[in-house]
Design a protein around this ligand. Structure first.
Ligand SMILES: Nc1ncnc2c1ncn2[C@@H]1O[C@H](COP(=O)(O)OP(=O)(O)O)[C@@H](O)[C@H]1O
Ligand SMILES: [Mg+2]
Length: 458
């Protein structure tokens, strides 16, 4: 990216955490859009139970108070990310900035599915993965695993309360002006004021209850449930502590989870090493004694030793040699079948995920711009950013490779969102795209043209 472009994108990314009033206007536009739990509020229960002798009973009791969605279990949705926002804040006072690393991302992963998350460096893929495994307190939105809410942010709800108060004050001012000017009678004025106050109070009450429930859920996540979600980190070199032996690295999670029996833990480590194609001898060695591919295998073994059901693979092959990449992909594929894993596979180019993933979401600057099954995305790539990612894939045929045109994506040139803001639209069954209505029409035409061309090619 040229410096100029980088500059403008950084500026939009580093939107200043601006004054109350401007925020309020923005909220007026987005009211109820981001409320992922609208109309399904259950009043939060009273404080945590104390003096329960049986631990399991206590856990069950706590879990029954946390938010649970049966429909996800019925639909075999293992992970549901709803309107996830992850902001990072810098500075203080007037120089306080926020960086919207992930901005309103929603997707679901079904049991046994491999879901790909693709986008350029810095678009928020790792942040999404880290938010799922609770390395961050999420800013807004909810994350459900097997129907249980494992992460909840309250920023949206807090803002909703703030704006409701601002809107109420504005309305009251208008009404009192109307009364002074004689536009409405005293009775009318009092009636509307009472109505408006009640409406606002109801909203505030519901939002406060939601915040309470979200905080409760967030602080009472079952550690056994979280153990089922593991992550393979992006960098096989930095993610392994150089001062620890492979055995200590792999068994660290077991220790934390309370598995203290050394012999049993050693057995588990050996099994995990064998599963990823390494031998028992390696357990006593240090990370620097291994090649990149082997280190990545150690990273995978560290995740597998916890017997996960859901694995987040954060660019597991980006740092590896081309010759080793296929080995790791095949290994992950085998493990997926053997252990019945569901995967969230993060990558920065589409060629890697094409054959490996069932569905793919394309991300750009913290937002999902296109989401479809792998076949569908390659059949009908619509969003200009998806097209630009596709144009970056080298072709194995030297003749076509020579003629390959690299498409660059510049959002300012490609979209005009000054009149209508875009939203995620289902343009074909299961194929979602971030677009406004005029763009939807354009994309529908494109689908027709692509279908015509495909017919012609056959
Ligand atoms: N802990 C953090 N503190 C502040 N900013 C962060 C942090 N983690 C990531 N970011 C910023 O969030 C954006 C997204 O980062 P990341 O999720 O790592 O991108 P990706 O994995 O897609 O390359 C980047 O601009 C990055 O600088
Ligand atoms: Mg990353």
């Amino acid at each position: 990216m040229s410096d100029k472009k980088l500059d403008s994108s950084m500026k939009s990314l580093l939107a200043k955490d601006e004054s109350l009033y401007q925020d309020a206007q923005e909220a007026e536009l987005s009211i109820s859009k981001h409320d992922d739990d609208s109309n399904e509020h259950e009043p939060p229960q009273e404080d945590e139970l104390s003096n329960v002798e049986n631990r399991q009973e206590k856990i069950d009791e706590i879990m029954s108070k946390c938010k649970f969605k049966q429909e996800y279990v019925d639909d075999k949705v293992i992970l549901s990310v709803n309107h996830l926002k992850q902001y990072f804040f810098f500075g203080a006072g007037p120089n306080r900035y926020k960086l919207k690393a992930v901005h309103d991302v929603s997707f679901q992963v079904k049991e046994g599915e491999c879901f790909g998350l693709v986008g350029e460096s810095g678009c928020g893929k790792t942040t999404t993965g880290r938010s799922i495994i609770r390395l961050y307190n999420i800013t807004s939105g909810s994350i459900y695993y097997k129907g249980h809410r494992i992460g909840a942010g309250t920023r949206w709800n807090e803002k909703e309360i703030k704006y409701t108060k601002i809107r109420l004050n504005k309305k009251l001012k208008e009404l009192s002006n109307g009364l002074k000017e004689g536009k409405i009678t005293k009775e009318e004025h009092d009636k509307v004021v009472a109505e408006e106050k009640e409406k606002a109070n109801n909203i505030i009450k519901v939002q406060k209850a939601k915040i309470k429930q979200a905080k409760y859920d967030d602080s009472h996540v079952d550690p056994q449930l979280m153990r089922e979600i593991q992550m393979i980190f992006q960098d096989p070199i930095d993610s392994l502590d150089p001062r620890m032996t492979v055995e200590t690295i792999i068994s660290e999670g077991l220790q934390i989870q309370g598995f203290k029996n050394k012999a049993e833990n050693h057995q588990r480590v050996v099994e995990a090493l064998e599963r990823v194609g390494l031998i028992e001898d390696y357990a006593s060695r240090y990370p620097h004694e291994f090649s990149g591919g082997q280190r990545q295998r150690i990273g995978i073994a560290r995740a597998l030793v916890m017997n996960p059901k859901f694995l987040i693979c954060d660019e597991p092959i980006s740092a590896l040699d081309v010759s080793i990449r296929a080995q790791i992909i095949n290994l992950l594929n085998d493990l997926k079948d053997e252990m019945g894993l569901s995967l969230l596979f993060i990558a920065h180019d589409l060629s890697v995920v094409k054959y490996f993933c069932d569905r793919i979401a394309v991300m750009y600057f913290g937002e999902i711009v296109e989401l479809a099954t792998s076949d569908e995305l390659f059949k009908h790539p619509l969003h200009p950013y998806t097209k630009s990612l596709l144009s970056a894939i080298p072709k194995p045929n030297p003749l076509t490779e020579k003629n390959r045109v690299r498409i660059t994506y510049n959002p300012q040139e490609c979209h005009d969102y000054s009149v209508e803001k875009p939203k995620l639209v289902e343009i074909l069954p299961g194929h979602f795209i971030l677009a406004n209505s005029s763009e939807v029409e354009k994309y529908q035409e494109e689908i027709k043209t692509l279908d015509e061309q495909a017919k012609f090619e056959y």
